[in-house]
Write a protein that binds this ligand. Structure first.
Ligand SMILES: [Zn+2]
Length: 402
């Protein structure tokens, strides 16, 4: 900071700087043009702020490969200084535990996962996750003192207000939150792991850089997540995006949620395996590649059902892209084409204009990455202005521009 050191002008400048830093923290690397669009700042104001942030090493700049313009300065990407802090993401899923660490520049520093059983108690899952964190820290020479927070994905709805219909669910979330708070003494953010996968796909994956992303996960359970206006949308009770429990046949079979004829009853992994008469999804994929017509039809019918539900959801939130994740997405165009056809048939013309329907691109660490994104968005340890060592873990100097 070189000018306007007191009074309203300084405050205004701090607000503008916060806006720039927050945009880079939540969205990752951006060009000046993208940053101007995202922050709404004029080119002149942005240029002056970026100059200061570069001078104090709060922000770094790298040239974009092969993207030099004919005239003027080459296109460069601005990003937060990677040394500004670390975020830890965890996914405590039904069958897998994953931990991932990233820095504030959105670079993944390390990731590790381990399979678990659906019956693994939650206290044991947490222990396993903490063992993975320790092994990652050793393998990558990470100082956990540089962590600014922990974002955790768990199965089932997670309410911001802590109110849950099932006491066991609230107890499970409490156990995870308390265990991590005791261990690290840092902010802990817990959310549904499918919703976190949605956020991760909107930052690092198939919806990267987009503000309105509808995510659907087709796995043993069918769930979804909404990123609207760049924000993860939870809903009043933490259950937004439960597309698997949209009823597609009111006279259909009873669902585990208590409803009847839910989408999940027809298109979950278990339902599709049963319809195909096989035990493993690799077998479904093998039959598809062998040209098995009955399996192709089963997948196509699933795609049409999914597409009809997605069309209604798209009419409701008008996303830029729909991202399809989960094991079933491996069926590729056998599934995606019927989904696209049904959305095209049932969605409003304005809604489907320019709408992309794409497979997810992230792997097992999607929800853990979403946890990282929560930390980067919410941790007060990263959002302070002007940064001072007081609010940060030892050794972390974020943007030393005071
Ligand atoms: Zn249901």
């Amino acid at each position: 900071m070189t000018k306007e050191t007191t009074g309203p002008l300084r405050l205004l400048r701090e607000t503008h700087e916060e806006r720039v830093l927050a945009a880079l923290r939540t969205q990752g690397a951006m060009t000046r043009a993208q940053l101007a669009e995202r922050t709404g700042l004029s080119r002149a104001t942005l240029s002056s702020i970026v100059q200061d942030l570069l001078a104090t090493d709060a922000v770094t700049e790298t040239a974009v490969d092969g993207a030099a313009r004919g005239r003027g300065r080459p296109v460069t990407l601005l990003t937060l200084n990677a040394a500004g802090g670390l975020a830890l993401g965890m996914d405590l899923g039904h069958r897998r535990i994953q931990v991932t660490v990233a820095n504030v520049a959105h670079e993944i520093v390390g990731s590790a996962g381990i399979a678990c059983s659906e019956r693994t108690p939650w206290a044991r899952r947490l222990e396993l996750a903490l063992e993975l964190v320790d092994s990652l820290a050793t393998a990558h020479h990470l100082s956990l003192a540089a962590l600014a927070g922990i974002g955790v994905g768990v199965v089932g709805p997670v309410s911001e207000t802590g109110g849950h219909r099932q006491p066991s669910r609230a107890a499970r979330i409490g156990l995870v939150r308390d265990g991590l708070t005791d261990r690290f003494g840092l902010p802990v953010y817990v959310d549904n792991n499918t919703r976190l996968a949605a956020l991760a796909e909107a930052i690092w994956g198939a919806g990267a850089g987009l503000q309105n992303v509808l995510y659907l996960r087709l796995s043993y359970g069918v769930g979804g997540g909404l990123v609207l206006g760049g924000h993860l949308f939870s809903g009043a009770g933490g259950a937004a995006g439960e597309l698997g429990h949209v009823s597609v046949d009111r006279d259909g079979p009873r669902c585990r949620c208590g409803g009847h004829g839910c989408l999940e009853r027809y298109v979950s992994l278990a339902a599709v395996l049963e319809q195909c008469g096989v035990r493993r999804f690799d077998e479904v994929l093998r039959r598809l590649s062998d040209g098995d017509e009955s399996v192709r039809r089963i997948i196509a019918t699933a795609g049409t059902r999914i597409g009809a539900v997605l069309a209604a959801a798209c009419n409701t939130v008008n996303p830029e892209t729909v991202v399809i994740g989960g094991e079933l997405a491996a069926a590729g165009n056998n599934l995606l084409e019927p989904i696209r056809a049904a959305v095209h048939q049932y969605a409003h013309s304005q809604v489907r204009q320019g709408l992309q329907i794409a497979p997810a691109t992230l792997g097992n660490d999607d929800a853990a990455r979403g946890g990282i994104a929560l930390v980067l968005r919410r941790s007060a340890l990263l959002a302070g202005y002007p940064a001072s060592a007081s609010g940060l873990p030892p050794g972390v100097q974020l943007h030393d521009i005071g």
